[in-house]
Design a binder for this molecule. Structure first.
Ligand code: NAP
Ligand code: 8YV
Length: 313
């Protein structure tokens, strides 16, 4: 192919990596346009590739007659209409593995924050309450029973960290993993019942929607901690909030929500037993740069006629 491909970015995913894209592409930034419909109409015919992590539904894909590649900035591609892309022979790539450690680190950070109530302890200390009496006692992290929902690339790293905390580890996937030392639970409710901490790290999308339903949440129970670093759609949020309110669920520590960046307001008031982060599990400089460079490498490979590094379809 002669000349640089035309690449559309929909969201400013990581500036240093976006800057590098200029080396290999003519880049059009939708997020910088004041009149987005007019901007899209003007460039639609020449777009060869899209680099994004959201905003690429079937309607968006249909706007670009010459689209050949969608490079997703993220391992989870539930924000991309992969079916629509595949129907038109458009390739999709994602960014697996480079973020495993950061996401696992945050999963354990949320686990410790949830069990030891770190945000509440911080607020207590800052408010000068210590001289009047000690902070409440909390629940231990080490030697507790953890159930990992989705023992994949990231789940395995979470398990390794849980092992370092001497936890008793179980996992639930659709299929047993023959070579892992952890207990496999084909029945998610049974695993929740046996667990003090449930860490959710499956993909999003239709197949996992509401997987963590009211029955699972009740099985985790009044002393249990639900940690979600997967997607908001995987947890029945209404059921989770109801169970947190009436004590059927002990605590939750969440990085993801069904309608980001909006967070259900009822969670804001729950400072005693809920820890919230704004979808930051992969958001360190090193990891976001590595993800951005994997987007770059996939685009470069595709338009040089080489094999894609991390194809999805
Ligand atoms: P992966 O390697 O594909 O692992 C996914 C695991 O989930 C697999 O072990 C799979 O096992 C299991 N799974 C899939 N569907 C399931 C179902 N219906 N019921 C039970 N288990 C199911 O993916 P990954 O690289 O670890 O990433 C996982 C997800 O984490 C991503 O898709 C993304 O949504 C999320 N994520 C979030 C952040 C964040 O910032 N919070 C960052 C990165 C990733 P089976 O196939 O045997 O069921
Ligand atoms: C996002 C993630 O890519 O990789 C995923 O699936 O959820 C994150 O790493 C990131 O939030 C994009 O902003």
């Amino acid at each position: 192919m002669g000349g640089k491909p035309n690449v559309l970015t929909i969201v400013p995913y990581y500036q240093r990596a976006l800057d590098r894209l200029d080396e290999i592409a003519v880049v059009h930034h939708l997020h910088k346009a004041d009149d987005k419909p007019a901007f899209l109409a003007k460039i639609a015919d020449k777009i060869d590739a899209i680099a994004t992590f959201q905003g690429c539904d079937r309607e968006m894909v249909s706007r670009f007659p010459n689209l050949k590649l969608i490079a997703n900035f993220g391992v989870g591609y539930d924000g991309i209409a992969v079916d629509a892309a595949t129907e038109r022979g458009i390739k999709v790539t994602n960014t697996p593995d480079v973020l495993n450690d950061c996401v696992a680190d945050l999963a354990l950070g949320l686990t410790i924050s949830g069990r030891r109530k770190l945000p509440l302890a911080d607020a207590f200390t800052r408010a000068g309450k210590w001289p009047a009496g000690h902070f409440q006692f909390t629940q231990k992290v080490h030697h507790s029973k953890v159930g990992i929902v989705g023992l994949g690339r990231i789940g395995a790293e979470i398990a390794a960290r849980c092992a370092a905390f001497k936890m008793e580890i179980g996992y639930h996937n659709r299929a047993l993993k023959p070579d892992v030392p952890y207990r496999y639970y084909p029945d998610l409710v049974e695993m929740a019942r046996d667990s003090e901490i449930l860490i959710v790290i499956t993909p999003g999308g239709k197949a996992t929607e509401g997987l963590i339903n009211e029955t699972v949440i009740e099985a985790l129970g009044k002393d249990g901690l639900l940690v979600n670093v997967a997607r908001g759609s995987v947890v029945d949020t209404a059921a989770m909030i109801a169970c947190l309110k009436d004590g059927r669920l002990g605590a939750a520590a969440l990085d993801v929500y069904p309608d980001e960046p909006n967070v259900p307001e009822e969670l804001f008031a729950m400072t005693e037993n809920v820890v919230l982060t704004p979808h930051i599990a992969s958001a360190t400089h090193d990891t976001r740069m590595a993800m951005g460079m994997l987007v770059y490498d996939n685009i470069k490979a595709f338009f040089s006629g080489e094999e894609l590094l991390t194809p999805v379809n």
